[in-house]
Design a protein around this ligand. Sequence first.
Ligand code: FES
Length: 111
Amino acid sequence: MPIRDGTWTRLFPAEDLAPGMMVGVEVGEHKLAICNVRGTFHATQNVCTHAFAILSDGWLDDDIIECPLHGGRFEVETGRAVREPAEEQLIIYPVRVAADGVEVLLPEDEA
Ligand code: FES
């Protein structure tokens, strides 16, 4: 269960998500995909921009998320759509690793 701390929300201990892995988490109304790309954590929206698919049910290929439904691909760091049929970029969220775990920064009005 994520713990809220202002707008930074602690998700889980950093060691719980190994490099090359992706996991879906929910914070309130937000569905997030958290990825560990070579030791750096990233967060994007977890619902594909093409249709309704949960990206964390797909695949993380280095720094690219592949959607499980139609194979659209997105750059994890920027959210940019890099393969059709996905065209619209993903929302990305700042992530930091604090002493007690991975944290994501959600906009105040969306938190
Ligand atoms: S739903 Fe993701 S590419 Fe179509």
